[in-house]
Ligand binder design. Structure first.
Ligand code: CA
Ligand code: CA
Length: 440
């Protein structure tokens, strides 16, 4: 698996011969020439200089951002870093934390009145963001609102890699527009908005894919972890094109960070749906999202949830553990008939459920005749999963440091022992696959 990570880095490091490296640092100056000994100060200035093929290396340290650095106010969002310049298909523009260091953007002082905060507002394409953290993002609006650490707002073919968005009031990654974006090996955790709409935190998801057009295809969450976000871990409500979520972990969502005190919705993987309004914005063709090789553990609400979707979802090789119900396939009859019904059209294969918090709720609200169902632990009399089937149930493993280059750590949590029927029948998520970046 490490080989894949290295291969991936090599592939995407290759740029044209004329490519230049620039540097920025906490004590840099935008009057400098941007070399490693004379680094820039701001991302805004760095963007104004780069051309396709260039890389901006961000040196380690804490970048405490002030309101005066907000690049653009569009009336709704204060775009702190407005990333609008594009690379090309041959030559990306890269914004990378310097290897071996880990820059942190601290947004705790950015509190624009009556504006949503977007820290990285990305409309450019062929960009590669890698290896940095965003902390302390604020919410300043009392009514219905949200802030976002990373907003994918129209750019395509971007890579967001090894980022951590945490300890703020904002959604980690939020996408409405754009195609073929890859969110790879990112973490969103300890995010809770206790200001807007009361202290519920009902809009703060770890990762949101809410594509506004049917043609925004090819977007992927891979190798990402979401925990202690006050709403959902992963949320695909109101998503008009198929989104893929693979090799991702979602746990402790729907609780106030660090506690089991309830906050927002708390679904591990909310993989669809269009809300229950009178005029839901339903696409002409209902997308079949893909959720595979994922792990949902101890979320406040369901582990894997189709959320009243209007069609099937592909659920493959997932593991649910200690959610109230691990898998909930609830659908709506149609856009016009606003009634729920047992899930139809789902592909449910090779999934594993163990110890749901509500007795025997391994999978609920499913129409067996109208789904394609194969080789899951919960539909087999032969497979009686017990704690004995697993190498480890040590939950702390879920939060251990990532490996080199941000790959998911190779952990034993909920890994089926080789002698277990779960392993023999290839059920549930697999750590072996979890860091596989091949196929890009
Ligand atoms: Ca919510
Ligand atoms: Ca949500």
């Amino acid at each position: 698996m490490k080989h894949n990570c290295i291969l991936f880095t090599l592939l995407f490091s290759a740029t044209s011969i004329s490519a230049r490296n620039y540097y920025m640092s906490v004590d840099g100056d935008d009057g400098n020439d941007g070399t490693i000994t004379s680094p820039f100060k701001s991302l805004s200035h760095a963007q104004s200089i780069v051309i396709p093929g260039d890389t901006v290396f961000i040196r380690g340290g804490r970048y405490v951002i002030s309101e005066s650095e907000i690049m653009k106010d569009d009336g709704l969002y204060a775009r702190v870093f407005d990333l609008s310049k594009s690379g090309t298909d041959r030559d990306r523009i890269c914004y990378w934390g310097y290897p071996g260091e880990r820059p942190v953007f601290d947004l705790s002082h950015v509190k624009p009145e009556e504006r949503r905060v977007s820290v990285f507002y990305v409309t450019g394409s062929y960009l590669h963001f890698k290896n940095f953290e965003i902390i302390g993002t604020q919410v300043t609006i009392k009514g219905h609102t949200q802030s976002e650490c990373v907003s994918a707002r129209g750019g395509s073919n971007n890579i967001f890699e090894h980022l951590a968005m945490h300890d703020g009031m904002a959604i980690g990654y939020y996408q409405k527009e754009g195609s073929d974006n890859l969110v790879l090996n990112c973490d969103a955790y300890n995010n809770y908005d206790d200001y807007s709409e009361g202290p519920k935190g009902g809009n703060v998801d770890g990762f949101g894919g809410h594509l506004s057009k049917e043609y925004f295809t090819g977007n992927v969450f891979r190798g990402c972890r979401a925990w202690w976000n006050s709403d959902d871990g992963f949320d695909l409500i109101n998503c008009k094109a198929s989104f893929t979520i693979e090799n991702c972990y979602s746990f402790y969502n729907g609780y106030k960070p660090g506690t089991k005190n309830p906050a927002g919705d708390g679904t591990g993987f909310k993989a669809g749906g269009y809300g229950m309004s009178d005029n839901p914005k339903v696409p002409s063709e209902i997308p079949m999202h893909v959720v595979r090789n994922c792990l949902a553990f101890y979320n406040k609400n369901k582990g894997f949830y189709s959320n009243h979707h209007l069609g099937g979802i592909m659920w493959i090789n997932n593991t649910g553990y200690m959610n109230p119900s691990n898998f909930c396939m609830l659908n709506r009859i149609s856009a016009d008939v606003k009634e729920d019904t047992d899930g139809y059209g789902h592909l449910i294969k090779h999934n594993l459920s163990f110890a749901p918090r509500m007795s025997e709720k391994h999978i609920v609200d499913v129409n067996y005749d109208l789904c394609e169902i194969e080789n899951n632990s919960f539909f087999s009399d032969e497979i009686n999963i017990s704690a004995n089937d697993f190498v480890s149930l040590d939950v702390d493993l879920m939060m251990v440091e990532r490996g080199k280059d941000g790959c998911l750590p190779d952990i034993d949590f909920l890994k089926a022992k080789s002698e277990s029927k779960a392993a023999q029948y290839n059920m549930g998520y697999s750590c072996e696959q979890a860091s596989d970046n091949a196929g890009l």
